[in-house]
Design a protein around this ligand. Sequence first.
Ligand SMILES: *Cc1c(COP(=O)(O)O)cnc(C)c1O
Length: 379
Amino acid sequence: MSELTWVEISRTALSSNIARLRSLLEPSTLLCACVKANAYGHGLCETGRIFCDAGADWLSVHSLHEARRLRSSGLDCPLYILGPVAPDDYPDALQLDCRLVVYNPEDLPALAAAARACGRTARLHVKVETGTNRQGVGAGLLEQLCTAITGSADLMLEGLATHFANIEDTTDHGFAQAQLRRFNEAISLLAGRGIAAPIVHCANSAATILMPATHFNLVRTGIAAYGMWPSNETYVSFVRERTNGFALTPALTWKARIAQVKEVASGEYIGYGCTFKTGHPTRLAVIPVGYYDGYDRGIAGGHVLIRGQRAPIRGRICMNLLMAEVTDIGDARAGDEAVLLGRDGDECITAEQLARWASTINYEVTTRINERIPRIMTC
Ligand SMILES: *Cc1c(COP(=O)(O)O)cnc(C)c1O
């Protein structure tokens, strides 16, 4: 293999996560796996295919661009676009049989015209504002928006949706409960006016795992499908309340091949800014991964794994390279594999560990891995 850095994705892990999430749901509840952001860094089309084969009913993406790629790769499952689509792209989105989210009444005429022009019905999901204050339509406009859809022959109100603000940020789910209450009130209010949608949905991974009352007809699971917990708080909430064997398996391993191993005398500096000075004769491995690849420059005090041992990073992360100390890994050689994220023997670097080093969250760690780096599907 000629690659100097690559990402390995375990099909078994992805498939088993889908099966485990499915086991939390009523049989009639649809499982929509989120594959936005290059499938959270795992590779959009390959991962989308694995999720569908493993039993995901729908896929969701952020943009039409991602939907186009999935359709070109031959996936014909229901596709839901979570983000905005430009009016000029409505015909394309409808031709590709995508479900769209709506929250602006003024978008409906162009949607209806595009649907009429391509001889299709636009399947729309109204995003209800319940307190996240991202996409969403407040109580004042909600009924008007829904009536405009149900009153049009070209539009179909397929879904009613909302999104939680902080369910993964805390072990206190009071705010999520309040959002769920508001969502239920909005649904009842619409039902009172004779407006209903066949697919009601609001659950992200944390809600899917922690709050069965959020499942309704479909759950939108992202992070958990990749085998990562949404947060420590979600994990703590889960183990506090449950004792069954639900578990998740991370699917992603990020590797690189050591470019050079060399001896550096005591008292030498390493890398840009001369931030690190050796205190003893040091063996150093140069690894062809840097912040351009998505390895955060903020990582300080971190390590990579070489021959199953921890090799501490020395000096700053460069654009395309980093240096790690292998003084105590005597047999490390140029050409050896280094593991940046994932397991190597008894040692493991999790996305959560990298996130702590970089002061961010696991979501950002894997989604930031440069798309240019090959994703290799393994069993
Ligand atoms: C990304 C996203 C999700 C998935 O969230 P996870 O926490 O990764 O499960 C669900 N719903 C919407 C609207 C999203 O944008």
